[in-house]
Design a protein around this ligand. Structure first.
Ligand SMILES: C[S@@+](CC[C@H](N)C(=O)[O-])C[C@H]1O[C@@H](n2cnc3c(N)ncnc32)[C@H](O)[C@@H]1O
Length: 279
């Protein structure tokens, strides 16, 4: 992506979460700040993400991946974890809602400097205060040392941490993904939730046009998809980095889990959400 301009896909993901609040009442993922953080343009953004079954599927996927990540984070906090890191945070609002701040959960938001500066300006414009439990770290996964960026922000790599890394892996080169996962696995008692997509050739021919159109749209805004994984391949890589406890969920499994019904869309290859822990 172009590091001099804020991420357009971050605005898109935030728009889908806001649309989910308005159109589905936040049924899967309740985020009372999702609309607020969009500012004055909220209604237009939501209206643009409301048409047709493909947008409904994307709304559903984006809502469930956040719900799953925050459910897993809640479980980690119950086990005593007190550091959460939101990697490529974009306009994610968890750090602003942090329901565990009284328990001492510190949240670190990592993102490109341009996107982070944009978010901070937006928070001030819409009157959302930055909580004392939140610290920002500007890091480029492709060229910076994540560990150093987090240490500079007073993250403690000797204490367990929970990482949320949503909607970012497809936009990175393989080397940056491997370096980030290796770093997470080096932290004792760490856990991560992230999503990835399968390569286009895994899809049946009749579904490739829809996926290719989505990829073309992100490329048009300067954020092309750079990395895809086969499920067996990502499992092998994660184990190689030291993750032992791995759960890989397809969108259809998320639908069953959170709605008790099929997603209403195809159940074959597609986006996946992974939870991976080192213990
Ligand atoms: C699709 S957005 C997802 C944002 C957020 N996680 C969400 O789910 O709403 C992708 C995010 O990854 C960040 N990102 C992409 N490439 C990056 C890089 N090389 N270094 C740091 N952040 C990056 C963008 O700035 C943006 O915030």
């Amino acid at each position: 992506m172009n590091e001099r301009q804020p991420s357009q896909t971050a605005l898109g993901a935030a728009g889908y979460r806001a649309a989910h609040q308005v159109l589905e009442g936040g049924k899967v993922f309740s985020d009372p700040l999702a609309r607020t953080i969009l500012g004055d343009g909220a209604d237009a953004i939501i209206a643009g993400l409301s048409a047709g079954p493909a947008q409904q599927r994307t709304r559903f996927f984006i809502a469930t991946r956040s719900r799953f990540a925050e459910d897993c984070l809640g479980a980690a906090v119950s086990r005593g974890v007190r550091q959460a890191v939101v990697l490529g945070a974009g306009f994610d609002t968890f750090a602003l809602r942090n329901p565990y701040s009284e328990l001492g959960l510190r949240v670190f938001e990592v993102d490109h400097a341009a996107t982070q500066a944009w978010k901070r300006r937006r928070l001030s414009e819409v009157g959302l205060a930055i909580p004392a439990s939140l610290t920002f770290a500007a890091v480029d996964f492709e060229s910076d040392d994540l560990g150093r960026g987090l240490r500079d922000a007073e993250f403690n790599p000797d204490h367990p941490a929970f990482f949320i890394w949503l909607g970012v892996v497809p936009y990175l080169e393989r080397a940056a993904i491997a370096a980030t996962l290796r770093y997470i696995a080096s932290i004792p008692g760490s856990e991560v939730v992230f999503d990835y997509s399968e390569p286009l050739e895994n899809y049946p021919p009749e579904r490739r046009d829809e996926v290719a159109a989505l990829a073309a749209r992100t490329a048009e805004v300067g954020e092309p998809w750079l990395s895809h994984f086969d499920p067996a391949e990502i499992d092998r890589e994660l184990r190689g980095f030291g993750f032992a406890d791995i759960e890989d969920l397809r969108v259809s499994e998320m639908a069953l889990h959170y709605l008790g019904i099929p997603a209403g869309g195809p159940s074959g290859p597609g986006p996946h959400v992974i939870r991976a822990g080192t213990q």
